[in-house]
Design a protein around this ligand. Structure first.
Ligand SMILES: Nc1ncnc2c1ncn2[C@@H]1O[C@H](COP(=O)(O)OP(=O)(O)OP(=O)(O)O)[C@@H](O)[C@H]1O
Length: 261
């Protein structure tokens, strides 16, 4: 089922970004050009330090010193906004607050009763009913990430930015949460932009996989994933897409590819 409306929703236009470290210019992103449609799920992969998180931070409005333009629904991004939610690799929950309190912290709703109801909706959405009063130290890593996802969704953002959200989780929890995020994407119709090191995850979730080159990060290729969901990670077609992505990393060097997959 396609959730796309076929109009560019997020437009990243010729974005260049450099950092100054010890008076030296460190180029991080070069000529990034990417259009994402409303309701699309886009995965971004690339080697460590290629600028994936920097790109996500620019879209989040956390990084404003760059060249080029980034627009969301036609409006230029000039800082963080409620139209975008973000989930990081570490859950970043406040340890002295309960699950409900962490989720409602950034909620714009002021009526306390309504606030609680909204939190409850999202607690149920991420499968944490019964843990409303638990504190972060009483939760597993996967449960904490579920809270972080609920917190990012509570203001109903149109765009959810996921920066290696499952990177610190064990393999089984990771697979479970990938399925959850897919379910949430389908029910909430939120546009998703996922940065990951995990190529299987990128293919399992994305409508397209953006492959970035080494520093300074450039878009090397964009690989469409035209497979019906839920996807079978062990299918021949899945494997073929995986191979195409590895090929991008290993510069079409079939000999070295042989040792990878
Ligand atoms: N605040 C900063 N100050 C200086 N340099 C930075 C800063 N943030 C990022 N960089 C540099 O920019 C480049 C891109 O970093 P970024 O974190 O975006 O890469 P990444 O692809 O997300 O890496 P990883 O996959 O390892 O998380 C790196 O060379 C990094 O050292």
């Amino acid at each position: 089922m396609s959730l796309l409306n076929h109009h560019p929703y997020l437009e990243i236009n010729d974005v260049n970004k450099q950092f100054i470290v010890d008076d030296q210019i460190v180029p991080a992103l070069s000529a990034i050009q990417l259009a994402i449609q409303a309701g699309e799920f886009v995965s971004i992969v690339g080697s460590s330090g290629c600028g994936k998180s920097t790109l996500l931070r620019i879209v989040a409005g956390l990084e404003c010193d760059y060249q080029g333009t980034v627009t969301l629904d036609g409006k230029r991004i000039v800082g963080p906004g409620l139209d975008r939610g973000i989930v990081f690799q570490e859950h970043r929950l406040l340890p002295w607050m309960t699950v409900t309190e962490n989720i409602t912290l950034g909620l714009t709703e002021s009526d306390p009763e309504r606030k609680k109801q909204i939190a409850q909706t999202y607690i149920e959405l991420v499968g944490l009913a019964g843990f409303e009063s638990a504190f972060p130290n009483q939760l597993s890593g996967g449960m904490s990430q579920r809270v972080a996802i609920a917190r990012a969704l509570v203001n109903k953002p149109q765009l959810l930015l996921l920066d290696e959200p499952f990177g610190a989780l064990d393999a089984l929890t990771k697979i479970q949460l990938q399925q959850e995020i897919l379910r949430i994407w389908q029910s909430e119709k939120t546009t998703m932009m996922l940065v990951t090191h995990d190529i299987d995850e990128a293919i399992y979730l994305g409508d397209r996989v953006v492959v970035m080159s080494k520093r300074p990060g450039m878009i090397k290729s964009i690989i469409p994933v035209n497979l019906p969901r839920p996807r079978n990670r062990t299918s021949y077609q899945f494997f073929e897409i995986k191979k195409a992505i590895y090929r991008e990393f290993f510069h079409e060097d079939e000999a070295s590819l042989e040792y990878v997959i």
